[in-house]
Design a protein around this ligand. Structure first.
Ligand code: FAD
Length: 461
């Protein structure tokens, strides 16, 4: 029995069903997808994603999952990212012919939005990150990325305008709060490890369409998908979990995979179960980090590039979402780690979004959107701070040490588990594959990381 039909739960169910098991997937909502989802906007009738979701070339498990669902072709890969600090100056970052880890160096080295001293500081920081290797990264897990940057002599404006620009989008926390190892992983494996790692994958369809086939694929392989069924409690007999209490009664199970966020799981476990399983005891320590998306529709097109990285703006990214039937354009701005804005009214956030559009595209100044929609996700991701790393639980109860011990037939999955990744779709799928492999010998388990390029490996990665 798998509780939760987000990416973690779907991945668990799919892997188990394909291995010949009979998983039952319970999802409280009518749709699968969890936090990476779409909805019909009541104001316009349009299908909108809760927020733009992107992946990177290094997301091997998520790519495998899309492949299994037959939707990998619905992801468009972009090797070029466009950056701006405003006033209509757009700079393209495209990998050169150089082998990894140097493939992006010429493009970043040319960015005029950083002056020569800033570019030297960035090179110094990147070199240090490369030479740190994976073992050096792990040694930083109990400190923040800002503390790491301080050891590389990074000026404050370089921290804010370069490092934070990348980290806040990738980890949904600013450099002052994010665990250093999570941020270091983004640079080591997302940018330096190999040529494809930094490619940006953007779905060409609403997120919902990516999972449209999931129930049929899971059921076709022998599983069962029950949407609209809420788990109320995990039944525990004092030794093992015996099933799940749902709004439709008790459903017995040989094993339970809880693939829900930590706060939901907290509500499903009794005090006795919590006392029996150390993985469940720190659930109350997790904090959340919000993300805000602002959708704007303009009567005439604003941008030609598919997306834009914003430096010196309020928002972090702008995505082109397509032309409207009337010749206009739909764009979406994303603000990560949006704690300071979460209680702001929609009108204020919209004004900031429009101001950012005007700042980035001078030709749009004076033009106002004809349609707007702000989506606030207060509990978008867990906050990947240095304090929480040690509490991220393992999938299985086996093993000793922090997160070890516990109830043997209770498995945990979800982006907040101990995946080695920040809160991402990749982390969610990894946790699901890990849970499936722990349950069934027939499951292949977590897909390996993309290979590290020889020169990058030689230099220390
Ligand atoms: C605004 C926003 C932007 C994001 N952008 C990105 C991005 O660009 N790239 C990226 O990689 N990641 C991004 N993420 C993170 C990504 O969406 C998550 O990491 C991932 O979707 C988490 O999947 P999950 O399966 O672990 O959890 P969830 O998606 O939360 O799935 C849990 C499921 O359990 C169900 N559930 C809960 N309680 C019960 C119950 N009692 N009974 C039955 N079912 C229950 C829920 O309805 C849900 O479907 C973003 C997240 C948000 C919110």
């Amino acid at each position: 029995m798998i509780i939760g039909g987000g990416l973690a739960g779907m991945a668990t169910a799919l892997a188990l069903a394909e291995a010949g098991e009979k998983p039952v997937l319970l999802e409280t909502r009518r749709r699968l997808g969890g936090r990476a989802t779409s909805f019909v906007d009541r104001r316009t009738g349009q299908v909108l994603d809760n927020c733009q979701h992107v992946l990177m070339g290094g997301c091997t498990n998520l790519i495998d999952f899309y492949d299994r669902l037959g939707v990998a072709s619905m992801i468009r890969w972009h090797r070029t990212l466009t950056w701006t600090s405003g006033n209509g100056v757009f700079e393209r970052v495209t990998p050169s012919w150089l082998p990894a880890p140097a493939h992006l160096a010429p493009a970043f080295g040319r960015l005029r939005l950083y002056d020569a001293a800033a570019r030297r500081a960035i090179r110094r920081g990147v070199w240090r990150i490369l030479r740190l290797g994976r073992s050096g990264r792990v040694a930083w897990q109990d400190r923040t990325f800002a503390e790491f940057l301080a050891t590389c002599d990074q000026p404050a404006d370089v921290v804010r305008r370069f490092w934070n620009t990348i980290v806040v989008s990738a980890c949904n926390l600013p450099v002052e709060r994010v665990a250093a190892d999570a941020a270091l992983k983004v640079f080591q494996e997302g940018f330096l490890a190999n040529r494809f790692a930094a490619a940006l994958g953007v779905p060409t369809v609403p997120l919902d369409d990516l999972y449209a086939a999931a129930p049929a694929v899971i059921e076709g392989a022998g599983g069962v998908v029950r949407s609209g069924v809420a788990a109320r409690a995990i039944a525990y007999d004092g030794n093992r979990v015996s099933g799940v209490v749902t709004n439709e009664g008790l459903v017995k199970a040989y094993a339970v995979v809880a693939a829900v966020p930590f706060d939901r799981l907290d509500k499903l476990v009794s005090d006795t179960l919590r006392a029996a399983d150390p993985r469940l005891q720190p659930l109350g320590r997790f904090e959340v980090s919000p993300i805000i998306a602002a959708h704007l529709v303009f009567e005439t097109p604003i941008m030609e590039m598919p997306h834009l990285v914003l430096v010196d703006h309020d928002f972090d990214w702008i995505f082109e979402k397509g032309r409207t039937g009337a010749g206009g354009q739909h764009i979406q701005l994303v603000k990560s780690a949006a704690d300071a804005w979460i209680d702001e009214p929609e009108t204020t956030i919209t004004q900031r979004a429009v101001a950012d559009v005007h700042r980035a595209f001078p030709a749009a100044r004076g033009r106002e959107p004809v349609g707007t929609r702000v989506i606030k996700e207060k509990r978008a991701t867990f906050a990947c701070t240095p304090e929480i790393g040690v509490h991220r639980p393992r999938t299985t109860a086996s093993g000793v040490g922090v997160g070890g011990g516990g109830v043997p037939n209770l498995f945990l999955a979800g982006d907040w588990c101990d995946t080695g990744w920040p809160a991402t779709m990749e982390g969610a799928v990894r946790s699901g594959y890990a849970a499936a492999a722990a349950l069934s010998d027939g499951c292949a388990g977590v897909i390996e990381d993309a290979p590290i390029a020889p020169v990058a490996r030689w230099l220390g990665l």
